[in-house]
Write a protein that binds this ligand. Structure first.
Ligand code: HPA
Length: 270
């Protein structure tokens, strides 16, 4: 995998000499974030050697390079989910590439189902920690020390400094944010009522089908990481009947302007 990552990085570096400091994975709730960027280059996934190709509706597949203020950024427009059939190595491959393009800080966004009763559809949650219940670990197998250590310290998977910064920004902008623990499952089914209850009993505030593998691999390589989740549905008796992909996309879209502002200010001011 080391050689593949280097090959991909060399391909991109040969194409255009651009060193991003920030990497952003644009999930539901942040899809239009590239509008905040002064775009310098766009590279569709299907042109990038060794990159998987995105399959989910509503997800575009491209690496977008640009600037926000005086910060350099590479954004993943569209991500790879384990439930689509990709291996965990494929799901997390772009994070490895971003690291060797020069990225030091990774921002990850997603949509999730809320089980914390304080949340509502549209709530913005700053992820403070996660519970990994995806069925395969992205670091399983022989460890390559050139990426990072065999046993990764996960005491601070989400940068407390970045969380504090976004909390202050949100206060200034009068945007309501929550903190919460994200539990990662494989999907693609939304959870049963019993599973949402389990998620809550296990100590999480929200549940989704992404983010955890990417953040594990980011921490393996010592990237400073920030995660934000938009609550697109509530996993409780009253709401579970109406949960659908359309509802998720609509709720994510509504919260998008606020999430965009928070992330923009984080990048410019951090
Ligand atoms: N469960 C899992 N993934 C999700 C959900 C959910 O309720 N909402 C958005 N992504």
């Amino acid at each position: 995998m080391w050689e593949q990552v280097q090959e991909t990085v060399n391909y991109i570096n040969d194409k255009f000499n651009f060193k991003p400091e920030y990497g952003i994975i644009l999930g539901s709730g942040l899809g239009s974030f590239t509008d905040e960027m002064k775009i310098v280059h766009t590279l569709p996934y299907n042109e990038i050697p060794n990159f998987p190709v995105s399959t989910v509706q509503g997800h575009k597949g491209a690496l977008v390079f640009g600037t926000i203020g005086d910060k350099t950024v590479v954004a993943m427009q569209g991500r790879f989910h384990f439930y689509e059939g990709y291996s965990m190595t494929e799901v997390t491959f772009p994070v490895r590439v971003m690291k060797f393009l020069g990225v030091q800080k990774l921002i990850v966004s997603n949509a999730s189902g809320g089980v914390n009763p304080a949340y509502k559809v549209g709530s913005i949650v700053l992820i403070t920690d996660h519970i990994n219940m995806t069925p395969e670990h992205p670091l399983r197998g022989k460890n390559d020390e050139r990426f990072g250590p065999r046993f990764v310290n996960m005491s601070e998977p989400y940068s407390r400094k970045m969380i504090a910064k976004v909390t202050a920004i949100a206060q200034n902008l009068n945007i309501e944010v929550y903190e919460g623990i994200y539990l990662g499952l494989q999907g693609p089914t939304f959870e049963t009522l019993a599973e949402y209850k389990m998620v809550k009993i296990l100590g999480a505030d929200c549940v989704g089908m992404s983010t955890v593998p990417e953040v594990i691999v980011a921490r393996h390589m010592d990237l400073e990481t920030f995660g934000v989740s938009v609550i697109t549905d509530m996993g409780n008796e009253e709401s579970i009947g109406s949960i659908s992909h359309d509802e998720v996309l609509e709720a994510a879209k509504e919260a998008e302007p606020k999430v965009r502002k928070l992330i923009r200010e984080l990048i410019v001011n951090y």
